[in-house]
Design a binder for this molecule. Structure first.
Ligand code: SF4
Ligand code: SF4
Length: 340
């Protein structure tokens, strides 16, 4: 594997230089929050962050996306491709939990039998540059309980790890190697590897929040009707914040917008926390209250995804814990289930 050593303070310059040649998405500071945004001339990347407010999954799976457009003519409908942004891009400075989420989303959107061309196209054309977590994490980070690590190359094409005033840059995949020219000629030696291993061990030990994520699947298998499901949801506002910020949530709705003879078909994010999500045309709703919706969210992450893809659909980023307006904590939910 090719490796380079760069100065830590050179990172922003490298991202901007790259953005001169290829569209680059990077973390950008706005007031107290950090968002992934396309880098433009007057936009500075910000890499001294713990995690971004939004998950960068929207680069592959946008909030709204035109799937196709059509016109009604006398001879029938004429269809055309939607106006999607395609082409090579770079996602620069993603945290390892979010890069892990891409691997989980691939399992759904890029199956051998079923492929979501809109997602797969953007995913395949985008190079993921992961920025390892070497600083003390948020108290809400629990990646190590859900098969992740703060220094991990899973889902990355390039892994950058800060080791003191330098960064070790590892080119994990051939796609990552194509960007090697931006990182100079200074080859990393064994001493840099040793420092990285030290940083990785310390970072792993710094994740103090642990949940019994792997223990709850057999309990969920047998407790769909357990009275426990009456205990979580009472204060849930059904705002959908937890699902919209989650890097692994992927529910969507498809709607047609028609004006005269012209129409567009649009895919938009949706949320299992919303009452309308499962409401049928007849008016019947198979998930009539927030109780059933919270059960679905828990089951989807810790049972159904394990059944279907042998993976837990949570990467331990803690966004839902930090941002839920009524402090519902998925870590406590999992902890409580493990004791049923
Ligand atoms: S469920 Fe919460 S902690 Fe887990 S990946 Fe989603 S937002 Fe992050
Ligand atoms: S963020 Fe909290 S209040 Fe909003 S839907 Fe999720 S659990 Fe309910």
């Amino acid at each position: 594997m090719e490796k380079r050593l760069i100065k830590k303070d050179a990172l922003a310059g490298i991202a901007k230089k790259m953005a001169g040649d290829i569209p680059v998405w990077a973390p950008v500071k706005e007031e107290d929050n950090v968002f992934f945004k396309p880098l433009q001339n007057d936009v500075e990347p910000f890499f001294a962050y713990l995690n971004s407010k939004n998950a960068p999954k929207n680069v592959f799976f946008p909030h709204t996306e035109m799937l196709l457009k059509y016109t009604r003519t006398e001879k029938g409908f004429v269809f055309a491709a939607g106006e999607n942004k395609t082409g090579e891009a770079v996602l620069f400075g993603v945290r390892p939990c979010d890069a892990h989420s891409f691997v989980l989303l691939d399992k759904l959107f890029d199956q051998e039998k079923y492929k979501d061309g809109y997602y797969v196209d953007k995913r395949q054309k985008t190079t993921v540059i992961t920025l390892a977590c070497s600083e003390p994490p948020y108290a809400t980070c629990f990646c190590t309980s859900v098969d992740g690590e703060p220094v991990s190359s899973e889902g990355a094409d390039i892994l950058i790890t800060a080791i003191g005033g330098d960064c070790l840059v590892e080119f994990v995949t051939p796609k990552g190697e194509k960007l090697i020219k931006y990182f100079g000629e200074n080859k990393a030696d064994a001493a840099a590897d040793a420092k990285k291993n030290e940083v990785a061990s310390k970072a792993k030990a710094a994740i103090k929040s642990k949940i019994p994520a792997h223990e709850v699947k057999p309990i969920l298998d047998n407790n769909f009707e357990h009275p426990f499901w009456n205990t979580i949801h009472a204060r849930c506002l059904a705002c959908g914040t937890c699902t919209y910020l989650c890097p692994t949530c992927h529910c969507f709705d498809i709607s047609d917008e028609v004006k005269g003879a012209d129409g567009v078909r649009i895919r938009s994010w949706d949320s299992c926390m919303f009452p309308l999500f499962t409401k049928e045309t007849s008016g019947h709703n198979p998930r009539p209250s927030q109780k059933e919706r919270w059960r679905q969210r828990t089951m989807h992450k810790f049972k159904y995804y394990v059944d279907n893809f042998n993976s837990i659909a949570c990467v331990g980023c803690g966004r839902c814990v930090i941002n839920c307006p009524v402090n519902i904590d998925i870590r406590k939910v999992v902890e409580d289930i493990s004791k049923l």
